[in-house]
Design a protein around this ligand. Structure first.
Ligand code: 8YV
Length: 332
């Protein structure tokens, strides 16, 4: 920025942890959303007409038509989140708007939640707790053949997307005795493969057909939209489970629901959905599905760290430097 603005207008679309909001107020002319009411497209359009910096989240659609309405003063979209599939990166680039995200700080939390789902689905955690809480089905006591799930130790876990989160999942899963397999655009470094004792599959199709559990850990991009298509989902063994803490759009959700309903896939642990907040009702009705409301990175520590990254990105940019977490479409 050639002429640094004293107090740039930073519009934040959702409520953030108080400590982050306080810091933003100190540094910027921060317009916060204290009620946390999601902004409509019309409200977002008003925001981009006046803001120097916009701080959106996964719930905001920063698409081509919205960016077209931005005033010339909008120079930075500092996304509060790692995934940037909510932002049209190409249009932003053409308009000379820089986009940043918050990588790294939610890796461990998201990997924890992934591991929780890897355990929860085969071991029927949600079913067990629902049963105890349902007074109509009084528990009559232990039985040797009751609530039997499946062992995860010794089984094959196929990770789709071996980036930071995929590797953090692999580290945890290895400690639980799972054999690590993965598919990624590029093979990871040999030391990483050795540490994780991970087997690389160039062919996603071949990997899918052999896994006991599949975990989706890749970003949602045009190339990964419905990567788990109807055809690929049918390659899974009927005893296989799917876990998704990445983005719903990577899986054909209707087909997944149908295959679980008809017993062609054993179950799923889902933290994300294709049309959030809508969820295919068949998934919610299934005993074999553990569904969570997109809370993979929902820890107070994580949210504060994310906010800190957003502040650093904005501050660095306004001070005339390249923000540390700048993203380009080619990175994904
Ligand atoms: C965030 C996420 O909560 O950062 C991401 O990509 O998926 C989530 O964990 C959300 O996106 C915040 O915008």
């Amino acid at each position: 920025m050639p002429n640094p603005i004293k107090k740039p207008l930073v519009i934040v679309t959702r409520k953030l942890p108080e400590v982050v909001e306080t810091r933003m107020r100190e540094l910027f002319d921060a317009r916060l959303n204290l009620d946390d009411k999601p902004m409509s497209q019309a409200e977002l359009a008003e925001a981009v007409k006046v803001a120097h910096v916009l701080v959106p989240t996964v719930t905001d659609r920063i698409d081509r038509s919205l960016i077209a309405q931005a005033g010339p003063q909008l120079k930075l979209i500092a996304n509060f989140g790692t995934g940037v599939d909510n932002v049209d990166l190409d249009t932003a680039r053409v308009r000379g708007i820089i986009v940043t995200n918050t990588p790294g700080v939610l890796t461990e939390d998201t990997a924890d939640m992934t591991m929780a789902l890897i355990l929860a689905v085969p071991r029927r955690l949600a079913e067990g707790t629902a049963l105890l809480k349902d007074s109509a089905k009084q528990w009559t006591g232990w039985s040797p053949t009751w609530m039997l799930g499946h062992r995860i130790w010794g089984k094959r876990l196929g990770i789709i997307g071996m980036g930071r989160i995929g590797q953090a999942v692999a580290r945890r899963a290895k400690a639980f005795g799972l054999q690590i397999h993965y598919h990624n655009r590029r093979r990871v470094a040999e030391e990483v493969e050795q540490e994780l004792e991970a087997t690389y599959w160039d062919s996603l199709d071949q990997m899918l057909a052999r896994m006991d559990i599949v975990s989706v850990n890749c970003p949602h991009t045009p190339a990964t939209y419905h990567l788990l298509s109807a055809r690929r989902l049918k390659l899974l063994k009927p005893t296989a489970y799917i876990v998704n803490t990445a983005r719903g759009e990577v899986i054909d959700e209707n087909e997944l629901a149908r295959l679980i309903e008809t017993g062609q896939i054993a179950g799923a642990g889902l933290d994300v959905f294709e049309h959030e907040p809508a969820i295919n009702p068949k998934l919610l009705a299934s005993h074999s599905v553990v569904a969570l409301p997109h809370m993979g990175s929902a820890t107070i520590e994580g949210r504060i760290d994310m906010g800190e990254k957003v502040v650093i990105n904005i501050k660095t940019f306004l001070d005339g430097h390249n923000p540390p977490d700048r993203v380009h479409a080619a990175m994904f």
